[in-house]
Design a protein around this ligand. Structure first.
Ligand code: CAA
Length: 678
């Protein structure tokens, strides 16, 4: 294996090169290499200056996240301190994305040169961490606490131009010239023998920040939303306060202790799991780079309703022309009108120009004639959820579509294999399940039928990326992954309501857990007419009969004011009472928040275990990703399967039994053997 760090001395300059593909993460070998390089620079009299650069796509994009939580010495921060303490000038030559530990490495250098278009950021907060390699101490000294906290609390990178303006870097050079420019800078510095700027010793900003007593309150106010539910932002503020108020040596003690606390927290365990799970979903065993892809240059969509229109927008946004088919002219007009209004609203917010609205709507053509789909590469059916209707559509479509065209259904629960069997090309059929609103929601379930070919599946997964969504592969079953997973949650929440726990308490418990809204409010948002639950007399059924369809029409379980704030609806409470009586249910004392939580989440974990054991999902992480992206499951809880592992599987098995629910085989096995899902 090639060495992760090499040192080459040219004309008195040590050129230190990091080579650890794909993103030059600062793993153990890299740290050891940088540490040895610093020793060599200090001890070798022939070396008068140094440049730290990286091979490949990017300057290091951070610590090696896969190493966490056990990080063998030498530690990142100690290595960067050693580099900063050198008495010879060290210049960082940055390109690509200098993130996390990568940016902290650059902050430890005396000077920073960056390629045009490169980005700098401290995204640790997104992993439930903080920049623990002196980032919280050096950056505020360099650019001020407010700007530094802006970067650390949002985790969003800034571009080189902004970094130069802030004083984070010293120079921008054309892309590809960063190494040359850094060597030139080092050569000039070598001759000067001027004092070396060390971010750790910079006191201009800290003095200024100390004289601003409202500073930290202001920051909390500006970024208040980012503090909700998560622990890392508070820890970041604590560290930056230490940077402003204490000497560097004491500041790093605060940083180290806060970083260690976060690194061993459940939140960082969950968020690191999510980081890798999000990237793993695209990996399908047996399908590799060699699997031929089908080129999708044009698309047909059948159905111009909410779903069809949203899907059409996804393709237009990706620059792919769409033919939108409807049966009736009015429905087509309405659908095209909604699409135009959506784009115009985005333009009003300043996120699209008028020209862009025209070119995007221009990519979507309406037609009443399915025959117009004869030349498209992919057709997505998004009609009413009835097998009878879909049967008709697919039989016709099969006769119209050209050979080699992919036929997809956007069904959320119907049998893709049955649909495929209606065609003469079952290998070209798959499910492409979008979530509503399709142009916004980031999840795409790619449903693999028994006969779907590898090429068709590979193309479906690639399509996810093209549409800037996260594709997750599912097998055929009722509800696929996300909806099947969450069905027990929605059922259990209604049972709780029937058994006497007030709806606002059920919802509050789940908001406390981290959901943006609780399950009862979610039912109202989805629309009560869209959801059907089994049983003779159901609350949703009765509410719909009373013309209450949720947020969209007359309210549902809640009444809504003009700001969409809900209060429990008297009409709904009457219906709860009625259904309770009709089903002979006796009201019990309300459940505690903890009982609500376990009562709702344990059945979800159990369903997740079944989805996994039946092979519907490839891995537990895929289930977590669908919950996070499809149902807004709080990512800092890791999704249901990761949460279950952290919560304790034996406790869940016992809890399910106490609720009278048979634990899934896989769950019981893992609980008994001390195993885990993730
Ligand atoms: N550690 C380990 N692996 C990493 C990694 C990291 N920091 N960053 C990326 N990877 C891996 C990914 O898992 C992926 O692996 P697979 O191909 O096996 O799935 C591969 O590198 C490529 O990554 P992406 O698919 O994300 O590639 P991209 O081109 O879309 O994005 C990127 C590149 C912008 C660098 C993105 O990967 C990214 O944001 N990485 C994480 C950056 C980060 O969070 N850094 C902070 C780390 S924590 C830290 O540094 C703590 C500290 O203070 C010391």
């Amino acid at each position: 294996m090639a060495e992760a760090v090499t040192v080459e001395v040219q004309n008195g300059i040590a050129i230190v090169t990091i080579a650890n593909p794909p993103v030059n993460a600062l793993g153990h070998e890299v740290r050891k290499g940088l540490d040895a390089a610093a020793d060599r620079i200090a001890g070798d009299a022939d070396i008068l200056a140094a440049v730290i650069r990286a091979e490949g796509a990017t300057f290091p994009a951070g610590a090696d996240i896969g190493e966490f939580p056990d990080v063998p010495a030498p530690f990142h921060g100690d290595v960067f301190d050693k580099i900063e303490a050198l008495e010879k000038p060290v210049v960082a030559a940055m390109h690509g994305t200098a993130l996390g530990g990568g940016l902290e490495l650059a902050l430890g250098c005396h000077y920073r040169v960056a390629a045009e278009g490169s980005k700098m950021g401290l995204p640790e907060v997104q992993l439930g961490l903080l920049p623990g390699a002196r980032g919280t101490q050096r950056l505020p000294r360099l650019i001020g606490a407010e700007a530094a906290l802006g970067m650390m609390l949002t985790g969003k990178p800034i571009d080189a131009a902004k970094a130069l303006k802030a004083g984070l870097i010293d120079k921008i050079v054309p892309a590809g010239e960063q190494d040359k420019a850094a060597i030139e800078m080092a050569t000039a510095l070598m001759a000067q023998d001027a004092p070396l700027p060390r971010a750790s010793q910079d006191s201009e900003w800290t003095a200024k920040d100390r004289s601003d007593p409202a500073l930290f309150d202001r920051i909390r106010e500006t970024h208040g939303r980012l503090f909700r539910g998560v622990i890392a932002p508070d820890a970041i503020v604590t560290c930056v306060k230490a940077a402003v108020e204490l000497p560097f040596a004491q500041g790093i003690e605060v940083e180290t202790s806060e970083f260690t606390r976060l690194l061993t927290s459940d939140q960082s365990r969950a968020l690191i799991h999510v980081f890798f799970a999000m990237r793993d979903t695209a990996k399908v065993p047996g399908i590799g780079k060699e699997t031929p892809l089908i080129d999708i240059k044009s698309v047909g969509i059948i159905g111009a309703g909410t779903m069809g229109g949203g899907i059409a927008m996804c393709f237009a946004n990706a620059g792919i022309p769409v033919k939108l088919v409807e049966v009736k002219a009015e429905a087509l007009e309405r659908g095209l009108g909604v699409i135009r209004r959506n784009y115009e609203n985005t333009a009003k917010k300043g996120r699209l120009t008028d020209d862009q609205v025209e070119s995007l709507t221009g990519l979507i053509t309406g037609t009443l004639d399915m025959d117009d789909l004869a030349d498209v590469d992919l057709v997505i059916e998004a009609v009413f959820e009835s097998m009878e209707v879909k049967e008709k559509v697919f039989s016709r479509l099969d006769a119209i579509a050209k050979p080699g065209a992919i036929l997809a259904s956007n069904t959320s629960f119907l049998d893709i294999d049955h649909i495929a069997a209606l065609t003469r090309r079952p290998e070209m059929v798959l499910g492409l399940h979008f979530f509503s609103p399709a142009n916004v929601m980031p999840l795409l379930e790619v449903v693999r039928g028994d006969k779907s070919s590898d090429s068709v599946i590979a193309t479906g997964m690639k399509l996810g990326k093209t549409l800037r969504k996260t594709p997750v592969l599912a097998r055929v079953c009722d509800g696929f992954i996300a909806n099947r997973l969450m069905f027990p949650y929605l059922v259990a929440s209604q049972n709780m309501l029937l058994r006497g726990t007030p709806m606002q308490e059920i919802d509050a418990a789940m908001k406390q857990y981290g959901f943006a809204m609780g399950p009862i409010a979610l039912l109202d948002l989805i629309g009560l007419d869209v959801i059907t639950f089994p049983g003779e007399v159901t609350m949703t059924g009765e509410l719909v009969k009373a013309e209450r369809r949720g947020q969209k029409l007359n309210g549902g379980f809640y009444d809504y004011d003009e700001k969409r704030r809900g209060t429990p609806a008297p009409a709904a409470l009457e219906i709860v009472e009625k259904v309770r009586t009709a089903n002979g249910i006796e009201a019990a004392p309300p459940l505690t928040a903890d009982e609500v939580l376990t009562g709702l989440l344990y059945p979800v974990v159990n369903e997740g275990a079944k989805i996994l054991e039946e092979g519907i999902a490839l891995r537990a992480g895929d289930i977590d990703v669908t919950a996070i992206l499809g149902y807004n499951w709080p990512s800092y809880q890791g999704g249901p399967m990761c949460w279950a592992d952290i919560h304790g599987l034996p406790k869940i098995v016992e809890g399910l039994k106490a609720m009278g629910i048979e634990p899934a085989k896989l769950l019981a096995e893992k609980a008994a053997s001390g195993g885990s899902f993730t």
